[in-house]
Design a protein around this ligand. Structure first.
Ligand code: ATP
Length: 274
């Protein structure tokens, strides 16, 4: 059976401070958002408003976190969907779902008395793949509906809607999506460097007891190439190892064992450590 991901569209409380590393991506995004909220000036200058921001980069690097933080930053309602939801949908159902997303954004903004709404579509490549070659016909209507909705966004009317989308396969996207006035801002969210990894580890160590001798810098060094999601797993697995040994605190070797485990891609039974 196809796994269908539905990211919860609850209130977005997450801030940019809770995202580790990604300094240039965060800055670029904040600049775009700062610009976006200056709608009066944008109108005066006759500037085309930003309608879509595409986040690109490997899985687990924090693209969803960025979209949530963007919603918090701009005091927007946050409505989310994943491209994988649209897999196996009958013709027409996908287009309806897109219409619903926009409707939900407008209704919720009105209800919550907010001027802005961010609609986030993860795995946009599933519905926004290239249309050449007669493939993916079933997604055509869905993609067309998305383009129609985007073209219908007016920055002068509240709620002002911003579309954010994420993909790790930008080259697969249909060029219609990347045209000016659509997803014409691209922000690369890369794997974190050592400093970024250290920051992410610190964030995820916040609610965990660490032994005084633990060096997160060493962990950051040993976890070269890890994504934010993998680093979160490292902290979690280390806590599980410590708990299994009936220790009171997480030690360096638990972290090293956790790195090996995550590197091998194994999974343990999930134990809540909160
Ligand atoms: P995908 O492409 O697989 O959807 P993504 O880039 O959207 O991945 P997220 O869903 O944002 O990644 O991240 C997954 C989890 O990994 C987060 O909930 C968080 O726990 C952790 N994580 C990822 N990146 C970071 C980061 N930069 N700072 C802190 N935590 C992070």
């Amino acid at each position: 059976a196809q796994e269908r991901k539905r990211k919860k569209a609850g209130p977005a409380k997450l801030t940019f401070e809770e995202i580790g590393g990604q300094e240039s991506a965060k800055q670029e995004l904040q600049e775009a958002l700062d610009f976006m909220v200056r709608h009066e000036e944008i109108k005066q200058f006759g500037i085309r408003p930003i309608k879509g921001i595409l986040l690109t980069g490997p899985p687990g690097t924090g693209k969803t976190l960025m979209a949530k933080a963007a919603a918090h930053y701009t005091n927007s309602v946050f409505v989310a969907a994943s491209g994988s939801e649209f897999v196996e949908m009958y013709v027409g159902v996908g287009a309806g779902r897109i219409r619903e997303l926009f409707k939900e954004a407008r209704t919720r903004a009105a209800k919550e008395n907010k001027d802005n709404a961010i609609i986030f579509i993860d795995e946009i490549d599933v519905i926004g793949g290239k249309r050449e070659g007669g493939q993916q016909r079933e997604y055509d209507q869905t993609l067309n509906q998305l383009l129609t909705e985007m073209d219908g966004i007016y920055s002068t009317e509240a709620p002002r809607i911003l579309l954010m989308a994420a993909t790790n396969r930008k080259e697969m996207l249909d060029s219609a999506l990347l045209r000016p006035g659509r997803f014409d801002r691209h922000i690369q969210v890369d794997l974190p460097d050592k400093k970024g990894r250290m920051h992410i580890l610190e964030l995820h160590a916040n609610n965990k007891p660490l032994h005084d001798s633990v060096s997160l810098e060493k962990v950051a060094e040993e976890s070269f190439g890890f994504s934010g999601a993998q680093l979160e797993s490292v902290m979690n697995e280390a806590a599980i190892y410590a708990m299994r040994e009936s220790k009171k605190e997480i030690e360096q070797r638990h972290l090293s064992m956790a790195i090996d485990k995550v590197m091998l891609g194994e999974r343990t039974d999930r134990v809540s450590t909160e």
